[in-house]
Ligand binder design. Structure first.
Ligand SMILES: [Mn+2]
Length: 367
């Protein structure tokens, strides 16, 4: 339960408009800033921030400040995500604060609470209990926390529904807030929606098995558009903006992506054998090694029982079992010298690069 004044916003639009939807900024203020610059918003453009603008990145407080500034702009709607709800709810509900303090002390990703503590010289490591954390944060950050709590859940116009996690007709966002913010497996569990539902929450790349890209995913069967670019969740994450243009009743989609990958060009070619793509992700990292080759280790993926090649540096062995260390797809690029690439991540012997909108692997020595 919560006390939001207006959890659902109904928007009147006519037959010509532009809506820009951005989700899961996750405390990446610099990405957000570059996105806003590149978008060149016109006065009439409708901007929708589809939740999760804090946590998992370096600058939650700065992102909140930017959100506040942009909220002063007309036609701007900021919706709540599960991260905003989680922080507020965990500090307000006294039965949750001890557990929340343990989470904050042990989580592997940065949160807005870490930044709040640092800004006010509050030592989280020696904080004795949840109540002490709560008391401190409420004294110093009550207006900001209330801003997070008051965010609406759903924005709807005649063509679209925007919501962070998922939507189901008949559910009440006042009573079932968490369902709208954290709808697990929404793409699988949803019925066919009455109109397209634009969601964040799950990286679009996680929902694909045929390609490795962060661009918005259109589930045309169920009318779901997933726009989370995976920023803050994976090293290949990017910030997406979905641009919806309606002209005299006709709707068209475009998107923009912002990342901080290094731009360079390919210096040497390499001919890779192209394989049937196997997508390896949590928790199915186990492989059996079949044969070690010069640049590659030929393996069998235990979960799918299919063969795939892995770069030696991406393999680790523990208790006699080989595992791939990272989310992986055996997609290799045969690129010409001079090809422009964006380098997302490098390992000892290989590099994950983005070409156009797709990711694939090349040898590090090619860069
Ligand atoms: Mn998220």
């Amino acid at each position: 339960m919560n006390d939001i004044k207006n959890p659902i916003i109904k928007l009147q639009t006519n037959d010509t408009y532009r809506i820009i939807a951005i989700s899961d900024i996750h405390a990446h203020a610099a990405h957000f800033e570059e996105m806003l610059t590149r978008l060149e918003l016109a006065k009439d453009d409708i901007l929708v921030i589809v939740g999760d603008f804090i946590n998992r990145g370096p600058s939650s407080l700065r992102t909140c400040q930017m959100i506040k500034e942009i909220q002063a702009r007309p036609n701007t709607y900021v919706l709540k995500g599960n991260h905003e709800s989680f922080v507020y709810g965990s500090l307000m509900d006294e039965s949750r604060t001890d557990r929340f303090l343990r989470f904050i002390q042990h989580t592997y990703y940065p949160t807005i609470v870490h930044e709040m503590a640092e800004k006010t010289n509050f030592d989280l490591a020696s904080c004795p209990n949840g109540k002490a954390l709560r008391d401190h944060m409420l004294i110093h950050f009550m207006p900001l926390l209330e801003d997070l709590n008051q965010l609406p859940i759903i924005l709807e116009n005649e063509d679209f529904i925007f919501v962070h996690g998922g939507y189901e007709p008949g559910l009440d966002p006042m009573k079932d807030e968490s369902k709208f913010l954290k709808y697990d497996n929404y793409n699988e569990l949803s019925g066919i929606n009455p109109k397209p539902v634009v969601v964040g929450h799950w990286p679009a790349s996680n929902l694909r098995s045929d390609s490795f890209t962060n661009v918005p995913l259109f589930n045309t069967e169920k009318k779901i558009i997933t726009i989370d670019g995976g920023l803050g969740v994976k090293s290949s994450g990017e910030l997406n903006a979905l641009i919806i243009e309606k002209n005299n009743g006709e709707i068209q989609y475009r998107h923009l992506q912002v990342n901080n990958f290094d731009k360079t060009t390919v210096k040497a070619t390499h001919q890779f054998q192209i394989e049937e793509p196997i997508y390896v992700s949590f928790p199915h990292f186990e492989v059996d090694v079949i044969q070690k080759q010069k640049d590659f280790v030929l393996c069998t993926h235990q979960h799918t029982k299919k063969p795939l090649s892995v770069f030696p540096s991406l393999l680790e062995k523990e208790d006699g079992q080989y595992r791939i260390k990272t989310t992986y797809i055996n997609k290799f690029f045969n690129l010409p010298i001079g090809q422009k690439v964006e380098v997302c991540q490098t390992f000892e012997d290989c590099a994950l690069v983005k070409v156009n909108e797709e990711f694939g692997w090349i040898l590090r020595s090619q860069l």
